[in-house]
Design a protein. Structure first.
Length: 476
């Protein structure tokens, strides 16, 4: 790439994630805010006196000064501060509004989409190539009626590199931290579009995901594959193709048709049915014609909210907030540090680096009731479009889930493989952890995946990911 082309590409990278209207302008990198921003798009910011910055990079917040966090978190997180913060925590304040550039090819693809992708009257995505963001952020007017929907589609197709893969541990916490159950395994999500050398853009699918459990014994060997069709962009009812390997049967079974919304995960034990842990799930799973897959209450843990179906909801851009969040955490967890302390609740990501970020608050309400979740509030980073916080509600408005996402910028890791999608100064925000407080459980769940990779898998691994029979090999 010539110097001039590289310079232009770099400018495109910076412009690609700049919020459009004055009320959504992100302050310059390093300009720590004087107070939380909390405004609606139609009102805009009001006049404010100049006061000293509330935060300085490098300062520590312990439990004795946790009151300082009030107003810098979603209200639902603050209300659950006993779960998310604890005596002995050491929260380090990171940089303010740091930029995390995407690679030039992604920014250039976003610019090339101008005027091509559109929305129909039902909120479906039309004319999207699968490359870059569907809508250039600078083209989204903050007072537009469909601004929330456009941001939701951009969130769905934010930059994910070649996806992510690695080992994970899900810890379910009940009884206020007294009951703890852990499940280990490996998983992957591989986009089939928008990445140089993508496996196969002509498959009519947007991604393949899957994995297998390695522990405990009751779950060991259970493996799965999920293929999401491009048709989901024009009809949220379009079902994914899901296949599960049952070690007790030594057979691969096709899961029944269902509206899998998100990254699919089977129930933990061999004798339980397959559940969906995307944004919403059915209350009762159907039998797949096998005693080992009998109908049972589905689980909802691990990867909630990482992939959504925007056209299944009506969206509103509620406003913008300045928040502290572990957007690019510095600490490690499983598998590199399996003994990390998450506090008495087992759910606290507080002892980490938390950065000051500007968040777009998207409120979505399901078009058709399904499962326990009726509405969601997704707080996404205005610069990277990565998730920061997640709040879901039941049909009568009661809060169901409150989640915190921990990210890691691949370019900051000197050991992370360098390729077209992650190099010096640009890379992928990897979803290394999620901590969710869940109503009615006396706790919630924690997912750790601190050794994720985003570089393209080799040819053999790619063939395995795309092969249904590869599930059986993984399950053995």
């Amino acid at each position: 790439m010539s110097c001039s082309r590289a310079a232009v590409a770099f400018l495109v990278v910076l412009l690609a994630f700049a919020p459009v209207a004055s009320s959504f302008e992100v302050p310059p990198e390093g300009a720590c805010a004087a107070r939380p921003v909390q405004e609606a798009p139609e009102t805009g910011p009001g006049a404010e006196d100049v006061i000293p910055p509330a935060w300085r990079p490098g300062e520590l917040v312990d439990f004795g000064s946790v009151e300082r966090l009030r107003g810098w978190l979603p209200d639902e997180v603050w209300e659950r501060r006993d779960a998310f913060f604890f005596e002995g925590m050491k929260l380090e304040v990171g940089p303010c509004y740091r930029r995390y550039p995407v690679p030039p090819f992604f920014a250039e693809a976003t610019a090339a989409n101008a005027g091509k992708a559109s929305l129909d009257r039902d909120g479906n995505l039309v004319g999207y190539s699968g490359n870059g963001l569907p809508f250039a952020p600078e083209s989204i007017a903050d007072d537009s009626a469909d601004a929330g929907l456009r941001w939701a589609w951009n969130y769905r197709y934010r930059y994910l590199g070649s996806g992510f893969r690695g080992d994970f541990r899900v810890t379910e916490v009940t009884g206020g931290g007294r009951g703890i159950t852990g499940f280990n395994g490996s998983f992957f999500l591989m986009p089939l579009h928008g990445v140089p050398g993508a496996a196969d853009d002509a498959r009519g699918e947007r991604f393949v995901a899957g994995g297998s459990f390695s522990a405990p014994e009751s779950a060991r060997g259970l493996a799965w594959r999920q293929f999401q069709k491009t048709a989901a962009e024009s009809d949220y009812r379009a079902t994914d193709d899901v296949f599960v390997y049952l070690p007790g049967q030594r057979k691969v079974r096709r899961a029944p048709p269902q509206q899998v919304e998100g990254v699919y995960l089977p129930s933990y034990t061999r004798g339980r049915s397959v559940g969906n842990v995307g944004m919403t799930v059915s209350e009762q799973m159907v039998d797949v014609g096998n005693p080992a897959m009998s109908a049972a209450e589905p689980i909802r843990t691990g990867f909630v909210g990482l992939v959504i179906r925007p056209n299944a909801y009506t969206w509103k851009l509620e406003g913008v907030r300045d928040v502290l969040a572990p957007a690019n955490g510095s600490e490690r967890g499983y598998p590199s540090d399996p003994e990390r302390n998450y506090g008495p609740s087992g759910l606290s990501p507080a002892s980490d680096r938390w950065e000051l970020r500007r968040a777009l608050v998207l409120a979505g309400e399901r078009k058709e009731p399904e499962g326990m979740v009726r509405a969601v509030s997704v707080w996404i980073d205005a610069l990277t479009l990565q998730p920061l916080y997640w709040i879901s509600r039941r049909s009568r408005g009661a809060v169901y889930e409150v989640g915190i996402f921990t990210g890691r910028f691949s370019a900051d890791d000197l050991l992370d493989p360098k390729w077209q999608g992650s190099g010096t100064g640009f890379g992928v925000m990897l979803p290394v952890a999620q901590s969710f407080s869940v109503a009615g459980q006396g706790g919630g769940w924690l997912r750790e995946s601190f050794a994720l990779r985003s570089d393209p898998p080799d040819a053999e691994a790619t063939r395995d990911y795309l092969s249904i029979q590869g599930i059986q090999r993984k399950g053995r």
